[in-house]
Design a protein around this ligand. Structure first.
Ligand SMILES: Cc1cc2nc3c(=O)[nH]c(=O)nc-3n(C[C@H](O)[C@H](O)[C@H](O)COP(=O)(O)OP(=O)(O)OC[C@H]3O[C@@H](n4cnc5c(N)ncnc54)[C@H](O)[C@@H]3O)c2cc1C
Length: 427
């Protein structure tokens, strides 16, 4: 049980507040007892050190939109709310670098850098931006959008991070200079770690110049054709910024959407050439489903529950393995009476929304996993699921390097004080 008086005492000289948890302070079904909202990195150090001394399990929270991703933590005594750390520390427009505190909404960051015609290419959909998704949450979920194809994922875009470990140690890695690769690359380690290794207080990201002109090409057809067209565009000289595939649940047909970016007439010419490859039409606007997760209503501004109970999974494949994944989804639907909506980049990072009974969902996830010849060539990990579904399946599937991951956890969080049990292998 958290000793609120001592937690508040630790924060006193640094600003911020500590309060008893309310009905909304729940982490994927696990109620917290206290919430601390520091307003500086020093405050995070002080309150986390005190929480660990009390033996508490601490779970970081940004806007709280993806708190139900990853396994539910074994305990969540203290929620460490990062929204008080909301400063944009530095925008080095000349260096194409931005440094921000972890609780800064991604929307604010994007607005600032837009002033210099630059962008952080993470493609969060509008409802995520409106929901206040934070820099720390973005890094810790490690999710990626359409332009991952050309610009890389969050792990490629993050240059450095400052993190507070459970004993109050502050560690930094990388920096705001692209070439600085000295030391242990904590920033990459923390990407997608769901807050299990440390509390990110600040991160530096690589920016890209915003390209003034863009065109979309959209085509549709049978699953195998769409996969082949998408592959052709990726392998072409057209340098697409993104090639996305969308297959609605229950469908033998999928859509492919290609994004071309650049300056002037060349964009239109490349778009016409891409339209030839996918048998599609050129349009100015993205398709309605662009950058949204499958099954998610694009108009929603609520938290992470919009898929109406669907199990959300991330499915990866090789470029040539995407066709097999699409046909495996169709086969699993017919065999197990489930619905599987698949959407994501043709380069092989897709999301799947699976609807069905827990048992059928478990069988369908197993079927999707079997579509890849080996875990090196494709994985399916469950991001969000009900307790019943989690009980029926192995959310992570076969994972390599578990011993190494456990060793890192022991090194950074030996007492298992940060979101215990949230990550693969009980980390
Ligand atoms: C194209 C695209 C589409 C997406 N669509 C959706 C969507 O539809 N729904 C959705 O929920 N997400 C979606 N995401 C993921 C999205 O990035 C996250 O929802 C969002 O960024 C989380 O921000 P948050 O502040 O709400 O995080 P929170 O929900 O507060 O936290 C998310 C996780 O990060 C941890 N965490 C938060 N802050 C820190 C910190 N400072 N240090 C360490 N750990 C921390 C938390 O403990 C938790 O495990 C999408 C991402 C992309 C790129």
């Amino acid at each position: 049980m958290a000793d609120l008086r001592r937690l508040a005492g630790a924060l006193r000289q640094h600003g911020g507040e500590v309060r008893e948890a309310g009905p909304g302070d729940v982490v994927d079904g696990v109620p917290a007892t206290a919430v601390a909202r520091p307003t500086s990195a020093e405050g995070v150090v002080a309150v986390l050190r005190e929480a660990t001394a009390q033996g508490l399990a601490t779970v970081p929270r940004g806007a709280g939109t993806a708190l139900d991703w990853g396994a539910p933590p074994e305990r969540a005594d203290l929620i460490l709310d990062t929204t008080g750390l909301d400063r944009l520390v530095e925008h080095g427009a000349g260096d194409l670098v931005v440094v921000a505190e972890a609780g800064l909404p991604v929307a604010s960051l994007l607005e600032t850098v837009r002033g210099a015609a630059q962008e952080l290419v993470v493609d969060l959909p509008p409802d995520r931006l409106a929901g206040g998704s934070t820099v720390g949450g973005l890094l810790s979920t490690g999710a990626s959008g359409p332009r991952r194809l050309q610009r890389g994922g969050v792990r490629d875009l993050v240059l450095g991070a400052t993190v507070v470990l459970p004993d109050g140690t502050r560690a930094s890695s990388g920096g705001k200079v692209v070439k600085n690769v000295a030391g242990y690359d904590l920033a990459k380690l923390l990407t997608g770690a769901y807050g299990t290794l440390g509390i990110v207080v600040r991160a530096a990201f690589r920016l890209h110049p915003a390209r003034p002109d863009r065109a979309f090409v959209v085509g549709s057809g049978p699953l195998a054709d769409v996969a082949a067209w998408a592959r052709d565009v990726v392998a072409s000289q057209l340098a697409p910024a993104a090639v996305e595939i969308d297959r609605p649940a229950g469908s033998d047909v999928a859509e492919v959407a290609v994004l071309l970016e650049g300056t002037g007439d060349a964009v239109g010419q490349r778009a016409e050439a891409a339209a030839g490859l996918v048998g599609g039409r050129v349009q100015a606007e993205p398709p309605r489903w662009w950058a949204a997760l499958p099954g998610v209503s694009t108009g929603s501004t609520s938290g992470g529950v919009e898929t109406g109970g669907a199990t959300l999974a991330k499915a990866t494949a090789t470029l040539t393995g995407v066709a097999g994944l699409l046909t495996a989804a169709r086969a699993a639907e017919q065999r197990y009476d489930v619905g599987i909506a698949l959407r994501g980049t043709a380069a092989g990072v897709l999301h799947a929304a699976v609807t069905g009974t827990p048992e059928a969902t478990a069988l369908a996830v197993g079927h999707l996993r079997a579509a890849a010849p080996s875990p090196r060539e494709g994985t399916v990990t469950v991001l969000r699921a009900s307790r019943e579904v989690r009980a029926a399946l192995d959310a992570w599937g076969p994972v390599g390097g578990l011993d190494l991951m456990r060793a890192i956890k022991r090194q950074l969080d030996p007492g298992r004080n940060l979101a215990p049990g949230r990550f693969v292998g009980g980390i």
